[in-house]
Structure formats: structure tokens, C-alpha cells
Design a protein around this ligand. Structure first.
Ligand code: ATR
Length: 306
């Protein structure tokens, strides 16, 4: 028994808030993360930390679900009383299709990362990535409404971030290697919002830095295990008060952020987005809006460093 207690107190921030062990009872509220593979997911670490911190009778588990088994797994989880689940690669499209109700965030971003199972048996789908990104900047004291924002990339993450910025009335410019994708993103989001999205040629984005308040990388450039291309952008034309952010968080200091620091610019790394996107699901499933504070950031950083 002593060894178990030692395991629990091993992480200093967890010891401060959760000096006991997780206990599963008949009443325990359940949620999890559906992915394939899912072993790399840090969501269980984060959610179980919050459950312990707030003394909630709940548990959050990894749910490895193979491609093709998503629908049967989701209906099974719902039938078994789960409160809901996060959804990650490769199931994001299937999550969109299985929902009975799409939250506006899912429609605007064209993606889903959070499912909430209602007591009436319905499935509601949300995308929390964009709002998580904005919240992570606001938590660092960045006023995103100062805009305009220059977004690099036009994949699913770019659309989620762009949608949340546009919904706050912030002007967005998009630059992507494949121009057709930036145009498609601009069309998808401009149709619904009042603020138009402008498209910038990928070859020109460093020249177009003047006039932007925030630069955000949503491409996989610079990501551990991402493209081999060397990413050493020339930020010499960036305004002195520009804030630079990257949704890539492995490594934490990406090539873009390193270049920005060298240029004397303020940077916000991608870890905060992951922490903040987790909040909405937690709140829906377990009834508490959890705080993203220095303790959970330290827990996350320690896990990344392992
Ligand atoms: P996600 O949904 O996570 O955003 P994605 O749809 O695969 O992922 O998008 C990856 C982004 O990284 C895209 O904007 C992609 O550009 P393309 O649309 O031109 O493919 C961008 N990207 C990936 N490798 C790149 C590279 N070597 N140079 C520039 N952009 C790259």
C-alpha cells in the first residue's frame, strides 16, 4: 500500500491537490478519448488531474477504436452510460456524421473533437480547438481582438482557429502552400460571417507581415515527426509588437517561435491550446469548468519532457 501512495505523491502538483487514489464506484461518471492509436494522448492525464483536484466522482479513459468500429463504439459507450468523449485521429469525420446535433462551433470549423451524450440518448458534437486557442492567448494577456491575424495553413486546425477569431470580429488572412485550400477555407467561413477572410500567396507571407498583429502557425512545419522541410522564416518585416503563436507543441519551442524570439517578438506556445480545448468537454461531462493554472501546466510540461 505504501508503494501506491508513493506513486501518487510522485508529482508535486498532483500531491497538492489529490493526496488519494482514484476510486471507481458504481456511481462514477465516465468519459474518454476515442482514437487509433490513442496511447500517445495526454487527455487522460489532464482530465483525471482535474477530477482529482475538484473531488469529482469520475474517470476518463483511453478508448482505442479501430477505423470502421467508430459508430458501434460510440453507440456502445452511450448505451453503457458514458457522459461523452473526445475524438481524435482518424475519427473526426465519423464524429461529424454520427451527431444528432451539431453545435455552431462544429459547423463553423467543419470538424468535431468533443461528443456529449445527452440523458435523452442524443449525441451533440462540438469543436473546442478554436475557442481553446483563443482562450490560451487571452490567458496570457493577449488581446486577440486587436487583429488582423495572419494564419499559416488551411487544414482543419486552421479553419477552427479562423472561425473562432472571425466570430470575435477579428480579421483573418490565410496563407497556405496549396492555394486552393486557402481559397476554400475563405469561402467556407466568409459565407457565414460578416468579416471576410483574405488569401495571401504562400510565397509572399513574410512580406505581408506588416499590418498584422498576430501570426499563427497551424501547419505541421516544425513539428516533431512532421515534414522534413527546414522552416526558418524571415520575420524581419514583422511589426515590433506582433505576437507569434504556434499550435505545434512538440517541440514546445518550434522553429517559428525560435525565430520570433530571435527577432524580439512575444511568443505563445501551443501547450495552452491543448489545455484550454479540454475544458469544455470536462464541463459538459462532469459539471465543473476547470481552471487552467500553473499546476496543470506543470503537470503537462513534465509529461512532455519525459
Ligand atoms: P490539420 O487538419 O491538423 O490542420 P492537415 O489538414 O493535414 O492537418 O493540414 C496540414 C497543414 O500543414 C496544411 O495547411 C498543409 O499545407 P497543404 O494544404 O499545402 O498540404 C501544411 N503543410 C504540411 N506540410 C507542409 C510543408 N512541407 N510546407 C508547407 N506547408 C505544409
Amino acid at each position: 500500500m505504501k508503494a501506491e501512495m508513493d506513486d501518487v505523491v510522485a508529482h508535486p502538483s498532483l500531491a497538492r491537490v489529490a493526496p488519494g487514489r482514484l476510486t471507481i464506484r458504481g456511481t462514477t461518471a465516465l468519459a474518454g478519448v476515442i482514437g487509433w492509436p490513442v496511447a500517445h494522448s495526454r487527455s487522460p492525464l489532464l482530465h483525471n488531474f482535474w477530477l482529482a483536484r475538484y473531488g469529482i466522482d469520475g474517470a476518463y479513459v483511453p478508448l482505442p477504436v479501430a477505423p470502421g468500429a467508430f459508430d458501434v463504439a460510440v453507440h456502445g459507450l452511450r448505451a453503457a452510460g458514458f457522459r461523452g468523449a473526445n475524438v481524435t485521429i482518424p475519427h473526426k469525420e465519423a464524429a461529424f456524421a454520427i451527431a444528432d446535433r451539431l453545435h455552431r462551433s462544429a459547423v463553423r470549423s467543419g470538424s468535431v473533437n468533443t461528443l456529449v451524450f445527452g440523458q435523452d440518448g442524443t449525441i451533440e458534437a462540438h469543436s473546442t480547438d478554436g475557442d481553446g486557442f483563443v482562450a490560451s492567448l487571452e490567458a496570457k494577456g493577449v488581446d486577440v481582438t486587436r487583429g488582423p491575424v495572419l494564419l499559416l495553413g488551411a487544414g482543419g486546425a486552421a479553419r477552427a482557429v479562423a472561425a473562432s477569431l472571425l466570430d470575435r470580429g477579428v480579421a483573418v488572412s490565410v496563407a497556405n502552400r496549396t492555394a486552393a485550400r486557402s481559397v476554400a477555407l475563405a469561402e467556407a467561413l466568409s459565407a457565414d460571417g460578416q468579416v471576410p477572410v483574405s488569401v495571401i500567396d504562400w510565397a509572399d507571407w513574410t512580406d505581408r507581415l506588416p499590418g498584422h498583429a498576430l501570426l499563427v502557425n497551424t501547419t505541421s512545419l516544425g513539428m516533431h515527426g512532421g515534414p522534413d522541410d527546414v522552416f526558418t522564416p524571415d520575420l524581419s518585416r514583422a511589426p515590433d509588437d506582433m505576437v507569434v503563436s504556434d499550435i505545434v507543441y512538440v517541440p514546445r519551442m518550434t522553429p517559428l517561435l525560435t525565430a520570433a524570439v530571435a527577432r524580439g517578438l512575444r511568443v505563445v506556445d501551443g501547450t495552452g491550446m491543448l489545455l484550454h480545448q479540454a475544458r469544455l468537454g470536462f464541463k459538459c461531462w462532469f459539471g465543473v469548468d476547470p481552471e487552467v493554472d500553473a499546476d496543470i501546466q506543470a503537470l503537462f510540461d513534465a509529461d512532455l519532457a519525459r
